[in-house]
Write a protein that binds this ligand. Structure first.
Ligand code: F6P
Length: 522
């Protein structure tokens, strides 16, 4: 692998110069007026997703420089190393192979791919685990006595399956309810336990490490509740989804589905962590979800950079963050079933790329992950879109819309589509003929992602697209997008504070923590 941090390439300096001469003053409106082909030049199809990038603050010359930046940074070599199973998660000495979870079996894989042979053993394990997990999912689906599935997990062991089960609600089997418990706040588990019955509930304990304190606390409480209600058949009512099968067995769970250390938590919905989704939409649905993602993997792996959608999105992210200095990106799915999509993307991007040192540990002289945030439209329009249109900061917006709805209520979808198009239009066009409070500067960038329908296949492709765009910016920035040391300090301190809450000992604490602790104990 041959990579160079983006700021050490010749194109970085060229982009800085470009930004000063025409980037800062770039205006979308004259660009559209001067170029009737702008939409065609800056839009493209990728598997299951159409993307209109034309309302972004770039022109052909800037895009060409960004593509040079990608080449000079060694993006292709880094990407190929990931797809060859190299240990690119350098701080943990692990390969990064969530993509392998959606790869067809070796016999069905393009035999021209020499690199896949490096990971043939892992691929065989992936498929035997997948087959076992899907057979179990089908058995649970067929079991009319199980009416409630409670997933206990946090972070990647919660957000992926939760986001996907909600998103694919139209495909969820009738007769089963799905609950997601992540927070250590007992209100969450207590509320779910009030609704379910021992004999009809399946608890899935989802934890890559099987050590995460929130998940273990909730799992112990769920098991205690189960036993207190007279439940005895743990093997039928509890299953564990984990890389640490031994710890699950020690906990008393014998039904386990494993995965591997080369699957990062926030990339794990494709593994056994996806079991709630598999139960919800069935084995064919889950396979379609994997297939959609695999189609996007192939696009990312093989399409030329200039027509590679994850690459183009990742390069825009770098352009906005490092040259325009935009600090956040708002995601606006115009589909109410995508309500957890913003939260899912927050973990994906901010846990992956929220780093201040490069892979060698050297402090970075430029900014990395933007803040990613949002809500489904049209709700966001009546909340924070005021700031997007007239606030002092420019926030690029990434819309997602679907062509065909899965309901038949007349009029709604046309109205929804009218709103998403109008918002993108308003951000760009602004309103110059009014002054003061009624003035809109316009020229605010947005990307428009369009799916035909929200199905298991298109959702899989959309999520894989997002994974790879995060890879692209992380790769150019020279950071390790696959570790998360930043979550450790809080965990260690929480242990100490928990002991102090029990003992009342405030010795050596900072004044604020000591003051709050004393107040909590009074
Ligand atoms: O927040 C840190 C983290 O390790 C995430 O990366 C992960 O998704 C989450 O905790 C849960 O971890 P586990 O699946 O091991 O319980």
């Amino acid at each position: 692998m041959n990579t160079t941090r983006c700021d050490r390439t010749p194109s970085w300096a060229a982009l800085q110069a470009r930004f000063e001469t025409s980037g800062r003053s770039f205006d979308l409106r004259p660009e559209f007026a001067a170029d009737p082909l702008r939409f065609a030049s800056f839009s493209q199809s990728a598997p299951h997703v159409f993307a209109d990038l034309s309302k972004n603050l770039i022109d052909e010359a800037t895009q060409a420089l960004l593509l040079d930046l990608a080449r000079e940074s060694g993006l292709e070599s880094h990407r190929d190393a990931m797809f060859a199973g190299a240990k690119i998660n350098s701080t943990e000495q692990r390969a990064v192979m969530h993509w392998l979870l959606r790869n067809p079996p070796l016999a069905l894989t393009d035999q021209g791919r020499a690199d896949i042979k490096n990971v043939a053993t892992e691929l065989a394990q992936v498929h035997s685990t997948l087959d076992a997990m899907l057979a179990y999912a089908e058995a649970v689906r067929a079991d009319a006595d199980i009416t409630d599935v409670v997933n206990i997990g946090i972070g990647g062991s919660d957000l992926g399956p939760q986001m996907a089960v909600l998103a694919l609600d139209e495909f969820v089997t009738p007769g089963k309810r799905f609950h997601f418990v992540s927070n250590v706040d007992g209100h969450e588990l207590a509320a779910v336990l009030k609704k379910v019955k021992v004999e009809s509930t399946l608890f899935l304990i989802a934890s890559k490490t099987f050590t995460t304190i929130e998940t273990m606390t909730n799992a112990h409480s769920a098991k205690a509740w189960f036993e207190a209600q007279g439940g005895t058949h743990i093997a039928r009512h509890f299953a564990a989804l984990t890389t640490n099968v031994a710890a699950a067995n020690n906990f008393g769970i014998s039904t386990t589905f494993g995965f591997w250390d080369w699957v990062g938590g926030r990339y794990s919905v494709w593994s056994a962590i996806g079991l709630p989704l598999a139960i919800a939409i069935g084995a064919p649905g889950f396979r379609a979800f994997l297939a959609g993602a695999h189609d996007m993997d192939e696009h990312f792996r093989t399409a030329p950079l200039a027509q590679n959608l994850p690459v183009r999105l990742g390069l825009l992210d770098v352009w906005y963050r490092n040259f325009h200095g935009f600090t956040s990106r708002s995601v606006a799915p115009y589909h109410c079933a995508l309500k957890r999509y913003p939260a899912y993307l927050q973990q994906l991007e901010m846990e992956s790329n929220g780093k201040r040192v490069d892979a060698s540990g050297e402090a970075l002289p430029f900014s990395t992950s933007p803040v990613v945030w949002g809500e489904p439209g049209t709700n966001g329009q009546h909340a924070y879109f005021q700031m997007l249109h007239q606030g002092t900061d420019v926030v690029p917006v990434e819309f997602v819309a679907v062509k065909k709805p899965l309901h038949s209520l007349p009029g709604h979808h046309t109205l929804l589509l009218a709103n998403v198009l109008a918002q993108a239009q308003a951000l760009m066009l602004g309103k110059a003929d009014a002054g003061g409070h009624k003035h809109f500067t316009g020229n605010r960038p947005s990307t428009f992602l369009l799916l035909d329908e929200l199905t298991p296949t298109s959702l899989g492709a959309l999520i894989a697209l997002q994974e790879h765009r995060v890879f692209v910016s992380g790769s150019l920035w020279g950071i390790n997008s696959f570790d998360q040391w930043g979550v450790e300090l809080g965990k260690v301190l929480a242990k100490d504070v928990e002991a102090r809450l029990l003992s009342g000992d405030t010795a050596g604490l900072d004044g604020s923590t000591a003051g709050l602790l004393a107040r909590l104990q009074a």
